[in-house]
Design a protein around this ligand. Structure first.
Ligand code: GDP
Ligand code: MG
Length: 192
């Protein structure tokens, strides 16, 4: 549920970016950061030996809904499975999510596996998978190994959820993804 602060008249919405390692979550954040000119926060954990940041966070202002200032908080999860308790904490209070698929043929198995795991994880956390706002993103559309949109949709999105083609390293489709998920969250908030 969105966190509403009646005193400051703010609504804070939390969105997590999921997807297999290497699909382009960090590239999405870099692109969003570049285009929205907010400050990119990267948390680091002492034990994190490799170059993976602990998590990434971007706050974005979405303007006003009635008298409330709506803010979107975008996060990625740490890739290291050692952080399972952290996952559990970060999964609390989610208002929506983005799932980043890697369009390359060689990633199809990993895409599907990770997508099923993510849906299971969210269900286990108590989210209603029928109503939780989401956007699916097919990243790396620029890659020579990318499979066709038809195949991706057939394999990964038989239900016809909102989906977007992107090339995060070229800043294509990244802001559109943010806007789509924001719109879905706002639609849900505006419901009586
Ligand atoms: N060709 C291509 N490569 C990409 C794209 N997005 C990310 N990459 C590359 O894929 C690799 C993994 O991306 P990264 O954002 O770190 O993935 P993450 O593990 O999901 O955060 C990096 O080498 C990126 O440069 C894209 O749209 N097109
Ligand atoms: Mg990353």
């Amino acid at each position: 549920m969105a966190f509403t602060n009646l005193e400051t008249k703010e609504i804070n919405c939390k969105v997590l970016y999921f997807g297999p390692k290497g699909a382009g979550k960090t590239a999405n954040f870099a692109s969003i950061f570049q285009q929205s000119q907010t400050k990119l926060h990267q948390g680091r954990f002492e034990l994190d030996a490799d170059e993976q940041p602990f998590f990434e966070f971007i706050p974005i202002s979405l303007g006003h809904l009635k008298e409330f200032h709506v803010k979107l908080h975008l996060y990625t999860l740490p890739a290291n499975p050692l952080y399972e308790t952290v996952h559990s904490v970060m999964l609390k209070g989610l208002d929506g999510f983005v799932f980043v698929f890697d369009s390359r043929l060689s990633s199809m198995r990993e895409n599907l596996k990770n997508w099923l795991e993510t849906k299971e994880l969210l269900s286990r956390e108590g989210y209603n998978m029928l109503t939780l706002p989401r956007v699916l993103q097919y990243n790396k559309r620029d890659h020579p190994e990318a499979v066709s949109l038809d195949v991706l949709r057939h394999e990964l999105n038989p239900g016809g959820t909102t989906d977007i083609e992107s090339s995060a390293i070229n800043s294509v489709g990244t802001m559109e993804t943010v806007h789509q998920v924001a719109q879905k969250i706002l639609d849900q908030l505006a419901q009586p």
